[in-house]
Design a protein around this ligand. Structure first.
Ligand SMILES: O=C([O-])CC(=O)C(=O)O
Ligand SMILES: [Mg+2]
Length: 215
């Protein structure tokens, strides 16, 4: 950690399996709406979780953190063990009047190869975060800074934007919002997404053909 604090009250799960990053990359270019459709429109986060930076495309595996509202000790500790391809997913109890993430944590995410941040709570330093090119989603923005006392939990399932996020699940974001795919479902969801994309492409072609002016 880059802060001086005891982490005795942070509960850390044993190592977990992550969704295969090559599979995650295969799905990364498809719209979140399409991916949500093929998993029966489930696993989509609440509309209140919005991108706060201008490059919102996000793809990776869930690194779940439970933080006390307004306190980010668990986030600082979680980033010690973050791996390239992880997405930081934080339940901060929907508190929007005190930020638990900002540009210094953003720097750490960049250094670790963390590919995105999703916070059911608030963030700050949004101009700096935008400059870092990070995909950051949150329920709110506030300049009020966090406490660093804990407690917290790392690597256990968390609720974020009304969706249960398990460690190692696949997670995707675009301008529409966020979808989470259980790790064991990822391969099947990829196949169904490719098929649905072909179906929608045929519909687009039919629409365009019907729209041609008559000769
Ligand atoms: O103070 C904090 O931990 C949050 C913050 O603003 C930053 O990471 O830049
Ligand atoms: Mg800051």
């Amino acid at each position: 950690m880059f802060i001086n604090a005891s982490t005795d009250n942070i509960d850390i799960a044993p190592a977990w399996e992550r969704a295969d990053l090559d599979e995650v990359k295969r799905l990364a270019r498809y719209p979140v709406a399409l991916v949500g459709d093929v998993q029966a429109r489930m696993g989509i986060m609440a509309a209140a979780i919005r991108p706060v930076t201008p490059a919102p495309r996000l793809a990776g595996t869930v690194l779940p953190v439970l933080a006390r509202e307004g306190d980010n000790l668990a986030i600082h500790r979680a980033l010690d063990d973050a791996r390239a391809g992880d997405v930081l997913v934080v339940n901060a109890n929907a508190e929007i009047n005190r930020a638990v993430f900002g540009d210094l944590l953003g720097e750490i995410c960049l250094a670790k190869g963390v590919t995105g941040i999703v916070i059911d709570g608030a963030v700050r330093d949004v101009e700096e975060l935008a400059g870092q090119g990070l995909a950051v989603y949150a329920r709110g923005i506030s300049p009020a800074g966090p406490w660093k006392n804990g407690p917290g939990r790392i690597g256990f399932p968390v609720a974020c934007g009304n969706v249960v996020c398990n460690p190692g699940d696949a997670i995707f974001g675009d301008s529409d919002g966020i979808v989470v795919i259980p790790r064991r479902d990822l391969t099947a969801v990829i196949e169904r997404t490719l098929a649905q994309e072909r179906t929608e492409q045929k519909m687009r072609e039919a629409i365009n053909a019907a729209a041609q002016p008559a000769h």
